[in-house]
Design a protein around this ligand. Structure first.
Ligand SMILES: O=P(O)(O)OC[C@H]1O[C@H](OP(=O)(O)OP(=O)(O)O)[C@H](O)[C@@H]1O
Ligand SMILES: Nc1nc2[nH]cnc2c(=O)[nH]1
Length: 206
């Protein structure tokens, strides 16, 4: 089982192309931090920053120490892609736990792709009584068509390719990469389905 995932993850990365270097990633995080600092140091507010797990974990972890205004942090957990490379139904795993009534909320996520996830999250927070919901994303994917939501702050704009790294995964692999990689088209969707049961390790059967 471990061999299977190790080899599959390595093969996916071997076929992938690096599109953003770790240095460019860090510059993008800084851009978002500077914009948030400029905005929130100019007003006397106390925003609730909500990271959208799981993909936002790395962006959030890099961004928070660069913010220099008073804030409260928590996370929500929403997923639309699951283990797939295409969006499906939105599944809430952790809903907002604080009372958001009347508050300014900054939602932090790794990527705005079709925009369904963040449109849904924003509407839910507004329905719960939030005064204002600001969307900060590490990356916005250029789909060349309208989306149901626009981010207020964007670190960088990406081409319409399936990317991994800096919190983003392919089949649960490679969230840990410090740069961004575009997964080969041949490895998407057509990819062999993951076995439902652990693959026997041939070596151990000998
Ligand atoms: O704009 P959309 O097309 O809706 O896609 C964007 C969402 O997709 C990713 O989450 P995913 O559902 O993959 O869950 P994850 O964060 O656990 O990887 C990403 O973190 C965004 O939340
Ligand atoms: N890993 C990953 N997750 C996504 N969720 C929406 N778009 C993407 C993408 O390009 N890569």
């Amino acid at each position: 089982m471990q061999d299977y995932h190790h080899d599959r993850a390595r093969a996916l990365l071997a076929n992938a192309t690096q599109i953003v270097t770790p240095e460019e990633v860090q510059a993008a995080v800084k851009r978002v931090a500077v914009q948030l600092n400029t905005r929130f140091n100019a007003e006397k507010s106390f925003p609730l920053v909500l990271g959208v797990m799981g993909g936002a974990v790395v962006f959030t972890g890099n961004l928070l120490p660069q913010l220099d205004f008073p804030l409260e942090f928590d996370y929500i957990h929403v997923s639309r892609y699951g283990d797939a490379d295409r969006g499906g139904q939105i599944v809430w795993k952790v809903i907002p736990r604080q009372d958001v009534t009347g508050r300014t909320i900054v939602v932090v996520d790794d990527i705005l792709d079709e925009g369904e996830t963040l449109a849904h999250v924003k509407q839910r927070l507004l329905d719960m009584g939030a005064a204002e919901v600001i969307i900060a994303v590490f990356a916005d994917k250029d789909l060349k068509r309208a989306k149901p939501i626009k981010a207020d702050l964007i670190g960088l704009t990406l081409p319409n390719e399936f990317v991994v790294g800096f919190g983003m995964d392919v089949y649960n692999y490679w969230r840990n990469l410090p740069g961004l990689w575009s997964i080969s088209q041949a490895d998407l969707s057509a990819a062999e389905p993951e076995p439902e049961f652990p693959v026997p390790d041939a070596k151990k059967l000998d």
